[in-house]
Ligand binder design. Structure first.
Ligand code: ADP
Ligand code: MG
Length: 720
């Protein structure tokens, strides 16, 4: 009986999927946008005096909390919600939720209700969330606390609806055990410092400054049938070997190409789901690699953007499944092919909507704009290593510096116009139009020029793009709250220092414009080294950056270490964004997770080699041997089979020995303490694993297609 070839079956399935159509919302978007969210500030049933008291950190009386809860529960029950959950972001990098029914009993009769206490606070069993050792010194329990600023949303299952309440997760001693708490702190600290700055510059009407973020999300789609035949995708989110197809992305024909119709159907349904929970999806397109796509929302307040990005990732996966796809959010699912990132577009704007990174029509506004831009440059210059650390992860290691994503050296790209202005400032040019090196600060010219001239330098990790900075080194699976927190804290430090300098200048009788020019000059000079507009992928840049003394933290093991160095993280404690123990916690968790995830990869690879690759080899060899023997007994000379047998035998022998070496090193490596273990993973085990992968690829390339049972790159990237 012929053996079943599961790969061929999967191919048949993948190419014969019925289209999932007709799920489109019949109404126009305005009618259903946000229908599954509850926003306290716009909701009915909450008195406006109480709405004003609903700010982060404000505690409500029992009566007030019950009143808000009554409004929430009335809305939820009218929507058919049966359960609620405190939804939070522990240090696992994903979200956590525990569902409780609204069901209760009154006079022995079933009722549904949500009390103020249930809404405001929850007590998940914190002991199973990563705490990086902080539990040994602190109370083991933590609680979740409602973040009133982020809308409540409904998640729909096939047979019911659950209301998710965005919460922060802290220990009883007040230590942040999550991503959100420090992010909220950083947003507040930045707002305080930036508001003061705006007041000093004459904008006394400013009440607060908001941090904005628009995260562009990249992902791959693979047909479900292939996915479930790749143990590496299931276990680790990336292929641990796989031979590159002849055509991959060199023709650049996928980027912005026609979206395949099955994918387009998926995107349309995804967008409807996003709109229903109030996520403003805006842009969709093919990305560089075959099978890779991008979704970008309209930017929002950073805290909400961070929650929305988590929810977006969850919905991408959920809706993909309905279309028989699996969405891969890993930074590098396929070796040798473009990886996935998440560009964080970041800016600050005041409560009247003025963007601090937007050049204005008046020279004074441009002075302010240049000063703020220079501050951001200096913030990145000073804290490049911690900013790099904030995006370190096992997945991102395969992407950063891999010639298709920003390098692991953090530099700033400004575009020609601003660079020209900054060069002139550095050389002492005057800002006024009578000055020798005239900087045209007037009219709308600067604004127009900066927009036109921020020509795409795709290789820069931190680029100015017209009215915002784009932090491009973030990984596609990352929780954006953490890098946002670090960037906010770094800029806050500069704003605080700048405010002091401005005050001193004003006190000394200088005008605010003079004070701003002084500031710009100071930060432009001090941050010069971090400004780079050339090709970030080039070897010359690596050398040049080393000469400039810029940190180049190549691997996560190198990058995490910055969080173990108080001198580097002092700005995080001084700005009040983290406590020292919280930083230590994050460092411990990051390293521990890195090691665990690597170990899973190594184990999975070894198992796949032994259970799949070697058996394929054995099968093919036995076919070859029987042909060779048959030819011999028939007295026919044949070289091809002998050559093939030799080649595959050689690769298999090498593979077997490398695999043995890898296995041998595992136990020894993972017995080490965490830090040493992470360095061994990065410098010893990963190169061995790569060697094994190369040998697997060699074998795949000479094995007949019908013998090879694991889905190939061709299947996964091109067949749908
Ligand atoms: P790109 O051409 O860089 O791929 P996209 O349209 O994909 O641009 O994404 C740009 C992102 O930047 C969007 O999320 C957009 O809302 C966001 N954005 C635009 N202006 C600002 C701003 N001032 N602050 C923060 N984000 C912004
Ligand atoms: Mg984009």
């Amino acid at each position: 009986m012929a053996e079943t070839n599961y790969r061929m079956l999967a191919k048949q399935q993948a190419t014969n999927r019925p289209m999932r159509v007709g799920k489109l919302h019949p109404e126009s978007v305005e009618k259903f946008y946000s229908e599954n969210t509850f926003n306290v500030y716009t909701a009915e049933g909450i008195p406006s005096t109480l709405k004003k008291e609903l700010v982060p950190g404000q505690s409500l009386s029992k009566e007030q909390a019950d009143l808000v809860a009554a409004a929430v529960s009335k809305w939820a029950i009218s929507k058919g919600v049966s359960h609620f959950s405190h939804w939070f972001q522990p240090l696992t990098g994903s979200t956590a939720e525990k569902h409780d029914a609204l069901l209760d009993f009154k006079n022995n009769l079933p009722i549904q209700r949500l009390t103020g206490k249930m809404l405001m606070q929850g007590e998940p069993d914190a002991s199973s969330f990563p705490h990086g050792g902080s539990r040994s010194t602190f109370e083991a329990r933590g609680y979740t606390s409602w973040d009133v600023t982020s809308p409540i949303f409904i998640m729909e299952g096939g047979n019911g609806k659950t209301m998710c309440i965005p919460t922060a997760f802290v220990s009883y001693t007040g230590d942040a055990l999550d991503i959100k708490t420090p992010l909220l702190r950083s947003i507040t600290r930045l707002s305080d410092a930036a508001t003061k700055f705006m007041h000093l510059t004459g904008n006394t009407d400013v009440e607060f400054v908001q941090t904005n973020c628009g995260p562009e999300q990249e992902y791959f789609l693979v047909d479900k049938a292939f996915y479930y035949q790749r143990p590496d995708l299931i276990m680790t989110g990336r292929t641990l070997f796989g031979s590159l197809t002849a055509r991959n992305q060199q023709l650049d024909d996928h980027y912005f190409g026609t979206i395949p119709s099955r994918v387009e159907n998926f995107m349309q349904e995804l967008e409807i789901e996003l709109y229903r929970v109030g996520i403003p999806a805006k842009t969709r397109h093919n990305e560089v690699a075959p099978g890779q796509f991008e979704l970008a929302p309209i930017f929002e307040d950073a805290n909400i953007a961070a929650d929305h990005n988590q929810l977006t990732m969850a919905l991408i996966k959920k809706v993909a499944e309905k279309h028989d796809f699996v969405a891969l959010l890993h930074e590098k699912p396929f070796a040798g092919i473009n990886g996935s990132g998440k560009h964080l577009n970041w800016s600050m704007s005041d409560n009247l909507g003025r963007n601090l990174l937007e050049p204005g029509p008046k020279p004074h506004q441009n002075n302010r704009f240049l000063a703020v831009t220079a501050m951001v440059c200096e913030a990145v210059h000073r804290h490049a290593d911690v900013i790099r650390g904030s995006v370190a992860s096992h997945g991102n290691d395969h992407r950063l510096g891999a010639n298709e994503a920003p390098p692991s050296i953090i530099s700033v790209f400004l575009g020609e116009t601003i660079e020209r202005i900054f060069d002139a400032v550095r050389e002492g040019a005057s800002f006024d139009s009578k000055g020798e090196k005239f900087l045209d600060m007037g009219a709308e010219q600067l604004g127009r020029l900066t927009k036109d001239n921020t020509d795409r330098n795709r290789t820069s990790p931190f680029a100015f793009t017209g009215n915002r900075f784009e932090f491009r080194a973030v990984g596609s699976s990352a929780t954006i709250g953490f890098p946002l927190t670090i960037v906010n804290a770094a800029v806050t430090e500069l704003l605080v220092e700048s405010n002091i300098l401005i005050e001193a200048d004003l006190k000394a009788g200088k005008s605010i414009d003079e004070a701003l020019e002084n500031l710009t000059r100071k930060w432009v000079k001090s941050s010069e080294k971090v400004i780079f507009s050339g090709d970030g992928y080039s070897d010359e840049w690596v050398k040049e950056a080393a000469k400039r003394g810029l940190p180049n933290l190549r691997t996560s093991a190198d990058a995490f270490a910055v969080f173990d160095d108080v001198s580097k993280t002092k700005f995080l404690t001084e700005t009040g964004v983290f406590t020292e123990s919280e930083i230590q916690t994050r460092y411990n968790v990051a390293i521990e997770r890195y090691n665990q995830l690597r170990e899973i990869e190594f184990q999975t690879q070894i198992r796949m080699i032994e259970q799949h690759v070697i058996p394929h080899v054995v099968k093919y060899k036995s076919e070859l041997v029987s042909v060779i023997n048959g030819q011999k007994s028939a007295g026919v000379e044949g070289h091809v089979e002998k050559e093939l047998l030799k080649r595959i035998n050689f690769s298999a022998e090498s593979l077997y020995s490398v695999t043995g070496e890898l296995r041998g090193k595992l136990e020894e490596t993972f017995a080490k303490e965490d830090k040493a273990c992470s360095f061994s993973c990065a410098t010893e085990l990963l190169p061995l694993s790569q060697k094994a992968a190369d040998l697997c690829n060699e074998i795949e390339e000479i094995t007949p297609d019908k013998v090879w049972q694991l889905p190939t790159y061709l299947d996964m990237l091109f067949v749908r």
